[in-house]
Design a protein around this ligand. Sequence first.
Ligand SMILES: N[C@@H](CCC(=O)N[C@@H](CS)C(=O)NCC(=O)O)C(=O)O
Length: 206
Amino acid sequence: MLTLYSMPSSGNSYKVRLLLALLGRPYHHIPCESQSPELQTAKTEGKLPLGKVPALHLETGEVLSESNAILWYLASGTSWIPNDPLDQARMLSWMFFEQNRHEPVIAVRASLRSYPHLADEATPELLEELLVSGNSILDLMEHGLQGQDWFAGDTPTIADIALYSYTHTAEDRGGFDLSPFSAIRDWLNRTGALPGFEPLTGPAHG
Ligand SMILES: N[C@@H](CCC(=O)N[C@@H](CS)C(=O)NCC(=O)O)C(=O)O
């Protein structure tokens, strides 16, 4: 059986749990919350090759790191990766965007507002800067969803899962106002209605 080391509060970890739920794949879960002894143990026992969660341990003993690479592996051979190379490239483009531009702003603002150990870094100036840049990221997503239900192609792909993770908590955790972004709000509702969907239930961090 697959074993997933993941952080209950974290969007990067939630992506993987969400895809496993949507695929109906059973797995053994080892929760490693931020600042917890379990996270430290996983690190010292060498369970996290890149030092971060999520990490997926396969039945073969191989270990995969990086949430979006894990999504790719789990989705291989399923409809969550489109067949058309152009749609695949579009999907990857949104997934790189998610890691390079979305997560460092929208997730970071949520983390600064939620994790007690980051409170000292959460200055009003930094929160304002992240609010402005986060709104421009949301604008790009809103534009990307014009005339289409999903980010890459006609059906949901792992790009939707990658982007859903930190966007659906952007209001309550990140302090963003999604009311001007109607295409994003419709897409969030569409994603939340997928068969097998599981909500993020970890504590309100990150
Ligand atoms: N780019 C990585 C980011 C992984 C990452 O930063 N994980 C954080 C939680 S979101 C973590 O492991 N934090 C614990 C630590 O750094 O000690 C991915 O997408 O998997």
